[in-house]
Design a protein around this ligand. Structure first.
Ligand code: FMN
Length: 423
């Protein structure tokens, strides 16, 4: 049987051979620049994410975007109507250019760095904010953009006047051949095909492109084959990248043998040093059992999301923080969490501590790493490491996990070297 290292990924129009391993985007800053840089150094593709990028810029570069936005809209904090709370497009462009530009400056090795860009971050001005995010990423020299969490029917058009529109690597995440067909139809007039298509199945982390009730009946291999068949019928030669639940090098090689050009993986990297989750949270991922993981409807985006049931953000009744964040406000300044929170305030007048059970304030909780989104295979992470003396697990290096995907065979998982015990 072949292993991943027997394959190489070539993107259209390029002779450059990449290791066919892409680390998926994980917002908010879970797939850090450090993680993406490692993937690129090792010859694969890494992702950063532009989710909540002003917030990420504040953390990374000590800018003050969040404080300044909150200051500007402080008068509105107690108001249930958030329509006035807008993002300053100049600030958004600056934060995007800084996050991406500094990452690209640090890039070493032959691999690539892409940015994951979620359409569902509507930011109370979906079209204009997305236009700024996409074009600023191209300005900052990103190697490629992966369009995610949405159908992105108009996203290519938002970049069509950018000088890099035809040479940057642009791709999309789909969960069905039908979604791909829609995307291609809608963009036919631009004469610009995607350079890669990520097919994400139902076992992935983050938001899912399936229904809350029926996600479990879908299967990644079947969808990959459907997408490959559709591309074949249309005589389109676009690399297909399989994602969701690919846990070992053997799983990955199986998809490459099936016709995928690469795999996108994420969950196994959540327990690496380079991952942005706090170390305490990484231990929660290690410890998770299968019954601790659920797909629920708590995300205000309307998409099902997979997470650990023990996430502290579940059931928390915090006041919406849109004056500081507001990334999920739709074009009318609304968000399903605000509606849920307002309902609880009306039902429990004067109550100091509210609990909102059906929705979660994703901005604040993702920013604070209190919603622990994860892939379905998270419960297997404990098999990828060793116990530490304190009963926890040893964190891994991204290089270790990357090489395990690249070189392992027979469903084997390489454990890290044993830590030298302190004398
Ligand atoms: C912690 C975590 C956060 C994620 N966040 C995002 C995200 O912000 N945008 C996105 O498109 N996909 C997101 N994903 C999905 C991954 O990019 C990837 O496609 C998928 O999880 C791969 O499956 P695996 O985790 O089973 O390897 C996330 C996954 C995880 C585990």
């Amino acid at each position: 049987m072949k292993r991943v290292d027997d394959f190489r990924l070539c993107l259209p129009g390029s002779k450059q051979e990449l290791v066919p391993i892409m680390i998926g985007g994980m917002g908010v800053d879970i797939s850090t620049a450090e993680l993406a840089l490692e993937a690129a150094r090792l010859g694969g593709i890494g992702h950063i994410s532009d989710a909540m990028v002003p917030t990420v810029s504040d953390r990374r570069f000590k800018t003050r975007h969040v404080k300044e936005k909150l200051q500007q809209y402080k008068y509105n904090v107690a108001n249930t109507d958030k329509a006035e709370v807008q993002f300053d497009l100049g600030t958004l462009a600056e934060a995007t250019r800084m996050h991406i530009g500094k990452t690209m400056e640090a890039k070493r090795g032959d691999g690539l760095i892409f940015v994951n860009c979620m359409e569902k971050l509507t930011m109370n001005g979906s079209r204009e904010t997305l236009r700024v995010r996409l074009n600023s990423a191209l300005d900052a020299g990103i190697d490629g953009i992966t369009l995610s969490a949405g159908l992105h029917l108009g996203s290519f058009a938002l970049m069509q006047d950018h000088p890099r529109f035809r040479d940057a690597r642009l791709g999309i995440i789909v969960s069905s051949a039908r979604a791909l067909q829609l995307f291609l139809r809608k963009n036919a007039r631009l004469d610009r095909l995607p350079d890669f298509i990520v097919v994400e199945g139902p076992l992935a982390g983050g938001h899912l492109g399936f229904g809350l009730e029926d996600w479990a009946k879908y299967d990644l291999a079947t969808i990959v084959l459907e997408v490959l068949a559709y591309l074949g019928e249309e005589h389109l030669d676009i690399p297909v990248i399989a994602a969701g639940g690919i846990f070992t090098g053997t799983d990955a090689a199986r998809f490459l043998e099936l016709g995928a050009a690469a795999v996108q993986v994420a969950t196994r990297f959540t327990v690496t040093h380079e991952c942005g989750l706090p170390d305490k949270v990484k231990q929660e991922y290690f410890k998770a059992r299968e019954e601790d993981i659920e797909v629920n409807g708590l995300s205000p985006t309307g998409y099902p999301m997979r997470m650990l049931k023990g996430s502290p953000g579940i059931g928390a009744g915090i006041r919406p923080n849109c004056e500081a964040y507001g990334y999920l406000l739709d074009d009318k300044g609304r968000c399903a969490y605000i509606d849920a929170w307002n309902r609880e305030v009306t039902l429990h007048p004067g109550e100091k501590k509210l609990s909102v059970k059906d929705k979660t304030c994703l901005c604040t909780h993702m920013r604070n790493f209190d919603i622990w989104t994860c892939g379905q295979t998270t419960y297997r992470l404990k098999d990828t490491s060793r116990h530490t003396a304190d009963g926890g697990y040893q964190l891994l290096t991204a290089e270790h996990v990357f090489h395990d995907y690249q070189f392992s065979i027979d469903q084997k998982i390489a454990l890290p070297d044993e830590l030298a015990l302190a004398s």
